[in-house]
Design a protein around this ligand. Structure first.
Ligand SMILES: [Zn+2]
Length: 330
């Protein structure tokens, strides 16, 4: 009898001021910002022209790229520190640039750890969660997986939204030693990626006339960046690690504690069950604007969420770490 009374009271409260929103109203973007596809631009071996020529171009378009220096080869860490501080990814291309498949398990562990330790010591903001395999040769992935959440080969494939193997992700090698030598060729890869709604990674070495492998001309790079910028709603240009993180988070994310209060405030949380220290890339969530709403604002654990309204939908970027997000009518 007592139970029934309580139930009646709480039902009355619920009907008066709060109702549950439906999970079916929500959708998580395949790629950040609900863009059609993802593009990662990666630069290997730490060639000086990458920092002198490519980085200022990338910064001009505000594109974040990935730099894979070889620990032992670096003479000057300052440009890499500057890149990392500016939001570019700096991660491991190993310490000695060996053929990792020829290493024993012990040597492989030592090599991977040494590269990470060297990066951490010299580039404190280096993320270190991804690796580019030297010569694109894939070693024992069960060992690599202890150190990294994503690893790059270069067998020239476009990855689907859910890659089959995050420790054997593809890329397209470009420059004079390949058949991708100019902006038209690059744009061809980008537009195929868009039509497949997938993810392509481009692998640059030397830029212009430096001494490094397979140079690619900077004026052609610039044209390709202009194309990506002009088609911003189609391409999410992001670092290799961030795209790999986003895809893993998106596939595991579950929306929880969904409540609509007073029809002017929604509380929800998103959890993916992955380590929030590593998997720290916001997922883009959208919901049709509730009835009577024309604008909104969102906050997660005291931080403003990146948010916008478009075509009757509200879009907001949310960390999938279980922290409550409050969306308010504005
Ligand atoms: Zn290399």
């Amino acid at each position: 009898m007592k139970k029934l009374a309580l139930l009646m009271v709480s039902t009355a409260l619920l009907c008066g001021c709060q109702s549950k929103d439906s999970i079916e109203n929500y959708e998580i973007g395949t790629w950040q910002g609900f863009r059609t596809s993802a593009v990662s631009l990666t630069f290997d071996d730490g060639c000086q022209n990458q920092f002198d020529i490519a980085v200022p171009m990338l910064d001009e378009f505000d594109f974040k790229a990935t730099f894979y220096p070889v620990g032992q080869w670096v003479q000057n860490w300052a440009p890499l520190r500057k890149c990392a501080a500016n939001g570019h990814e700096v991660s491991s291309h190993t310490y000695h640039h060996p053929n990792l498949a020829e290493y024993s398990a012990d040597s492989l562990n030592t090599e991977l750890q040494q590269a990470i330790d060297t990066l951490r010591a010299n580039v404190p903001m280096a993320d270190c969660s991804s690796i580019a395999y030297p010569f694109c040769i894939v070693p024992d992935e069960s060992i690599v997986g202890k150190y990294h959440i994503a690893a790059r080969n270069c067998d020239g494939r476009i990855e689907p939204p859910t890659p089959a193997d995050y420790l054997n992700l593809s890329s397209f090698c470009v420059g004079t030693e390949t058949n991708i030598i100019n902006a038209i060729d690059l744009i061809g890869v980008f537009s195929r990626t868009m039509s497949e709604k997938g993810w392509c990674t481009i692998l640059f070495h030397e830029i212009d006339n430096g001494p490094g492998y397979s140079p690619f001309p900077s004026d052609e790079l610039k044209k390709a960046l202009e194309y990506l910028s002009d088609n911003d709603t189609c391409y999410w240009v992001a670092t290799f690690a961030n795209v790999a993180k986003y895809a893993q988070e998106r596939d595991k994310a579950v929306i929880r504690s969904l409540t609509l209060y007073n029809e002017d405030k929604i509380e929800l949380s998103l959890a993916c069950g992955l380590d929030p220290q590593v998997f720290n890339v916001p997922l883009t969530v959208r919901r049709a604007l509730p009835e009577g709403w024309t604008n909104a604002e969102a906050e997660q654990n005291g931080r403003d969420c990146n948010m916008y309204i478009n075509d009757g939908y509200m879009y907001f970027d949310v960390l999938p770490n279980g922290e409550t997000v409050v969306v308010k009518k504005r």
